[in-house]
Structures are given as structure tokens and as C-alpha cells.
Design a binder for this molecule. Structure first.
Ligand SMILES: [Zn+2]
Ligand SMILES: [Zn+2]
Length: 346
């Protein structure tokens, strides 16, 4: 009787195939669950129309392919999914965003993007860092953004939003090579505390002293301590707003608001500094009250604000990091300066 042997070459090919299929399955699983961020686009707004456009590669919208130069208009109620292998734009008539990966949702309702983490870091590094930022400071910011992205969900329905609340997704524009290099050269580097990746943050100007996360957000963040920043030039600002514009946005009128120490305010309810600032800024507009630390004075029909710093003042100070890099200090030295309790981990 002739025995049937398994051909060793076929056996090897068969095993290889399963190894490849297993690997593809494993990595594709990771790409969808861990390596992409779900981003809320047009956060807190529900645009009634959307325009999507390919930039430098074809774009697929609901199964149909479009090419650079084409524009795809979608209106209220339309369900869509769009993706490209390269960057593309999405706008609502007021703002435009440059994205990678895929976007999906229903126009007039929630719209999301699924962006690979390293591409999200590249986009937000461009959205948050001015073009004159030196390379080592860009590298430090990349590590901070990566840590923020990988530390957990920052919103109920998504990982991050597309605004400065988390990190700004920019409008379509060319991406300078130094931004690409900064993200690539810091790949896999994150900040940790007690073995966990921390939600590290950047702020445009710390006012000469960064604040602890607890004093701004009200919740415990042991990794986040305030430090004296001798590298930045503190930014002082003033802003004046009509009293009637502010009188109805919180349970009590402005004359009855009471600051309770540095970190909280009583306005009919007790609010942390950041939540209070965010509420005022949503009414007055971004850039009006530049930071959550300010004093207020009612002057006839207006409220005069005087403050220090630009941004929430927690974590890496961009003005300070720029000055450190210009003085020849490295990415690690910048990160250790602003995050003295954290560990730089690979
Ligand atoms: Zn956010
Ligand atoms: Zn500073």
C-alpha cells in the first residue's frame, strides 16, 4: 500500500500562509482598535452641510472614487463614509480640517474621523506649533501629544476632539519636513508615571510658572506639578466684555460670582477653573480670555478681565520650550524640565 506523505514544501507553504493570515488578522485588529484615534470633528457643532475634497490622492466617498480638484458636497441627513490613503480635507463652510484615514457620520449629527495615531500627532503638531518652533521643541511636543493620545479617552463618544480643548486639527496646508521628522524620530516615546502613560498637555505660554493639573481641572493628577519657568517671557493680557453678555450664562449674575481660592469659583454651583474658563470662552470666543487665571472687575456696563499666560498653563510651555531649544537644550531636557515627576519611556 502506497502511503500518502505530506509534501514538506506544501506543508511549509501552508504554515506560512496561516502565519501570514494570523499576523494580518492581528495587526489589522490592532490598527482598528489601538492604532487609530476616534476624533470628534466639528466638536460641539452639528454642521448642516459638509464639503469633502481629495488633496493629493484619490478619495472614496460612499464607494465612489474622486480625484484631486473634485469637491463632494453633502447635506443634512446624508450618511457617509470617506477614506483615502493620503490626506484630504473636510469643511463645513466655517472651518476646514485636514485629515488622514477615514471620516464618517451623518451630516447635521455627529461626524467622526478615524486617524492613525502617528498621523494624528503629525496633524496636531502642525496645528499647535508655530512654524518657527525649533526641532528639539517639536520633538518634545510630539512626545507630549503621543502621551495624551495614548493615555485614554478624553470625550464620551470619542478619544479626542478636533479643537484646542484636546489638540487642534489644522486646515489643509503643506506639512514641512521638520514636523514629519520630529514625529518619526520620537516614535514609541511617551511620558509615564507609575508605569502608566500620562495625559500630558502643552500650553502656549505658562505665564512664568506652570500650574498643576489639579489646580486647573480639579481632579487629582499626581504626575502634574507646577514649575517655575525661567525660559519663557510671561504673557499678560486684558479683555473687556459687556456685563449683559455674561450675566445670563451661569446660575448667578456676575456680581455674585465668588472665587474660592485659586482653583474653584462659586457661580450658583461650584466649578473648577478650567470648566469656568471653558464656559466663558464658549460665549466670548476663543482667544478672548487667554488663560483660566485672571481677575475680574465690574466697571459700569462691562467686565474687565486681567490675566496671565496663554492656554491652561499646565504641562509643556511652548514659549519656554522654544527658548530652551534655541539655547541648545535637547528634547529630553525640555521634557524633564516641564514634567519632573514623569519618566521618558520607550
Ligand atoms: Zn477635547
Ligand atoms: Zn513658560
Amino acid at each position: 500500500m502506497k502511503r500518502k506523505f505530506i509534501d514538506s514544501k506544501n506543508f511549509y507553504n501552508c504554515c506560512s500562509l496561516w502565519v501570514v493570515l494570523f499576523w494580518v488578522g492581528l495587526t489589522s485588529g490592532l490598527i482598528h482598535s489601538d492604532d487609530s484615534l476616534k476624533v470628534c470633528l466639528f466638536w460641539n457643532r452639528f454642521p448642516q452641510k459638509i464639503q469633502i475634497a481629495p488633496i493629493d490622492a484619490p478619495l472614496t466617498v460612499n464607494g465612489k472614487t474622486f480625484h484631486p480638484g473634485d469637491k463632494i458636497d453633502l447635506s443634512t441627513g446624508q450618511k457617509f463614509i470617506a477614506h483615502s490613503i493620503e490626506k484630504f480635507s473636510v469643511g463645513d463652510g466655517k472651518t476646514e480640517r485636514m485629515v488622514f484615514g477615514r471620516i464618517f457620520g451623518i451630516v447635521g449629527e455627529h461626524i467622526y474621523a478615524k486617524i492613525p495615531v502617528e498621523k494624528w500627532i503629525l496633524l496636531t503638531l502642525l496645528g499647535e506649533s508655530p512654524s518657527d518652533t525649533p526641532f528639539e521643541a517639536l520633538c518634545a511636543c510630539s512626545v507630549v501629544l503621543r502621551s495624551f493620545a495614548l493615555s485614554g479617552h478624553h470625550h464620551k463618544n470619542c478619544d479626542v476632539c478636533d479643537r484646542t480643548h484636546c489638540a487642534q486639527i489644522p486646515k489643509p496646508q503643506p506639512i514641512p519636513i521638520k514636523y514629519i521628522d520630529a514625529v518619526k524620530s520620537t516614535e514609541n516615546i511617551v511620558l509615564t508615571y507609575d508605569g502608566k502613560i500620562i495625559p500630558a498637555t502643552i500650553t502656549a505660554n505658562c505665564g512664568g510658572h506652570t500650574l498643576s493639573g489639579q489646580s486647573v481641572w480639579g481632579n487629582k493628577c499626581e504626575w502634574s506639578v507646577g514649575i517655575l519657568d525661567t525660559f519663557c517671557r510671561p504673557l499678560y493680557w486684558n479683555f473687556s466684555a459687556p456685563l449683559e453678555k455674561l450675566n445670563n450664562i451661569l446660575p448667578l449674575p456676575v456680581s455674585q460670582w465668588q472665587f474660592l481660592g485659586d482653583s474653584t469659583i462659586y457661580v450658583g454651583i461650584t466649578m473648577a477653573r478650567f470648566a469656568f474658563w471653558d464656559t466663558l470662552v464658549q460665549t466670548l470666543g476663543w482667544g478672548t480670555l487667554k488663560s483660566p487665571t485672571f481677575t475680574m472687575k465690574i466697571d459700569n456696563d462691562s467686565v474687565k478681565f486681567s490675566g496671565i499666560g496663554f492656554g491652561h498653563r499646565v504641562g509643556l510651555c511652548q514659549d519656554g520650550a522654544k527658548s530652551m531649544a534655541e539655547k541648545g537644550l535637547s528634547m529630553s531636557q525640555i521634557l524633564k524640565y516641564y514634567f519632573p515627576s514623569a519618566k521618558i519611556s520607550i
